[in-house]
Ligand binder design. Sequence first.
Ligand code: ZN
Ligand code: ZN
Length: 205
Amino acid sequence: MRSSNLYVLVVTLFLAFSCSEKPPRPIDSSQPMTILIQPFKDFNSETVTETAKKIRKIYPNVKILNTIDLPKNAYYRDRNRYRADSIIKFLDSRTKEGFVTIGLTSKDISVTKGKVKDYGIMGLGYRPGKACVASKYRLNKNNTDDQFFKIAIHELGHTQGLKHCPEKTCFMRDAEGGNPTDEETDFCHKCKTFLINKNWKFNSI
Ligand SMILES: [Zn+2]
Ligand SMILES: [Zn+2]
């Protein structure tokens, strides 16, 4: 009787010790992603704060980084523009797993689109990926901050894997060379559901 009790105790102790020694944890893919806001030096700090505030309402995990220079290799002298593809490549190289960086600039940015070698755009983002950029250069002067938030959230949507959306009022609408942001009111139901499945909160919208 005694020896069997002792056996039970030993087994219990063994289990207790063996359970406390867990193998190293694999990287937790359910860990929420952090959005890093990377203002470039040309960008005004009020709009940085305002944009961060608006993004936090639908995705709370947001950090603002110190300003940096635009990457020199992105400058396109002929048209005094910055290449958006070079900017997001640069931001991507500085972004660790579990983070998404959005660059904010007031400079004109461009990308090659079909046969047009240097096509001016408002934003560009990997789909999906860790980096995107938004420019306020092409926005209306009277409601820049509101339009800028819509560009930023559109590009962040791409980084999450969202494609362009046929809904005219959806943030994921294709700009098609214009600036339709004043007609956009929210993510449509379909795009919103997609983001909710990626841990987006939509607390205040
Ligand atoms: Zn887009
Ligand atoms: Zn949509």
